[in-house]
Design a protein around this ligand. Structure first.
Ligand SMILES: NC(=O)c1ccc[n+]([C@@H]2O[C@H](COP(=O)([O-])OP(=O)(O)OC[C@H]3O[C@@H](n4cnc5c(N)ncnc54)[C@H](OP(=O)(O)O)[C@@H]3O)[C@@H](O)[C@H]2O)c1
Length: 291
């Protein structure tokens, strides 16, 4: 997949960002972390020379170093030395151990942005043992093509400037919203897991087209663009989705028959339950560690 290579961040915003961030340590660079890396480098938010990345396996480090021309290795403690911004993109269960590894080397005034699901800013502050500037982020994979949705929540000691820094990073990859941290598990179940639900819907609509004899490729294009266009209309007009749905639904037309099938199949309830279940799971991931 080609990611984060088009377009350029306004020079002024990048200059402001670079005046604040001399060194960025990206701790964990898997599916999400690499997307964030590509996004930041692709939008010229930060030059490659100021970024240091860590992962768990040497071949992965070699791949990242080769592809992006950055320093990539396995030592978290070394990566955070001198870093004024630390971006954590680890699995939730890995965060506690890594914080213990880096706490001695970490600058006390470093801003820590964590994209790990379920890990609270409180847990990070406690593990580090000082009033750290922590911002929690919950992005989603469309960040890879600058169509992401990221929710941000400030920790107790994060300043408005720290949050602005996070907005700068994730704003270069799509939309951002700043929320109270109590909403983060719900947001994980909705917009972070959401792309997976939407792919299932796209695939299913396309299967409907295939069932009716449309070529698969055409059917998938029709389905995906329909979701994209419908979503854009919601955001563009600010109208309630039900009102936009009514615009498509001619009395005694075809759409109402399709909608009846959706109601009978329980699509609404199923989607609501999917969001709730994923949010519950997000809460459980590191529940014992958070308390
Ligand atoms: N994927 C999403 O859509 C998404 C969306 C929102 C939030 N998130 C959150 O983002 C986090 C990362 O998710 P992901 O999907 O990117 O997971 P992932 O692909 O498994 O990436 C985890 C990365 O952490 C590295 N790692 C593991 N242990 C490490 C250690 N001790 N020190 C340094 N690096 C270490 C791994 O290195 P190796 O590659 O060498 O194994 C890998 O690069 C999760 O907390 C997830 O909840 C993900």
């Amino acid at each position: 997949m080609k990611i984060g290579t088009d377009g350029a961040k306004s020079t002024r915003a990048a200059k402001d960002f670079q005046a604040r961030v001399r060194k960025l340590a990206l701790i964990g660079s898997g599916k999400l972390g690499e997307g964030l890396l590509a996004g930041m480098l692709g939008s010229q938010l930060i030059p490659v020379g100021r970024v240091e990345v860590t992962v768990a396996h040497q071949p992965r480090a070699d791949y990242l170093a080769e592809k992006y021309g950055i320093k990539a290795h396995l030592s978290n403690a070394r990566a955070v030395v001198g870093a004024d911004l630390v971006l954590i993109s680890l699995k939730p269960q890995q965060v506690k151990g890594v914080l213990q590894e880096i706490k001695r080397e970490l600058r006390k005034d470093a801003v820590i942005i964590s994209a790990a699901a379920s890990v609270t800013t409180g847990l990070i502050e406690r593990e580090l043992g000082h009033p750290a500037h922590v911002v929690r982020a919950m992005p989603n994979t469309p960040c890879l093509i600058r169509q992401g949705m990221t929710a941000l929540a400030a920790g107790k000691h994060a300043t408005p400037e720290d949050v602005a820094l996070a907005q700068e990073i994730f704003g270069s990859m799509g939309r951002t919203v700043v929320v109270d941290e109590k909403h983060m598990d719900a947001i994980t179940g909705l917009s972070a897991s959401g792309p997976a639900y939407v792919y299932t819907i796209i695939e299913s609509l396309a299967e409907g087209g295939v069932k009716l004899g449309l070529p698969r490729e055409l059917s998938t294009e029709l389905s995906a663009q329909t979701l994209l266009g419908a979503s854009a209309l919601v955001l563009h007009t600010g109208e309630h989705p039900a009102k936009l749905k009514d615009m498509v639904t001619t009395p005694a037309g075809c759409t109402i028959d399709g909608l009846l099938e959706l109601e009978e199949g329980g699509l609404r309830v199923t989607l609501i339950k999917a969001v709730v279940r994923a949010a519950e799971r997000a809460k459980q991931l590191v529940e014992s560690q958070n308390s």
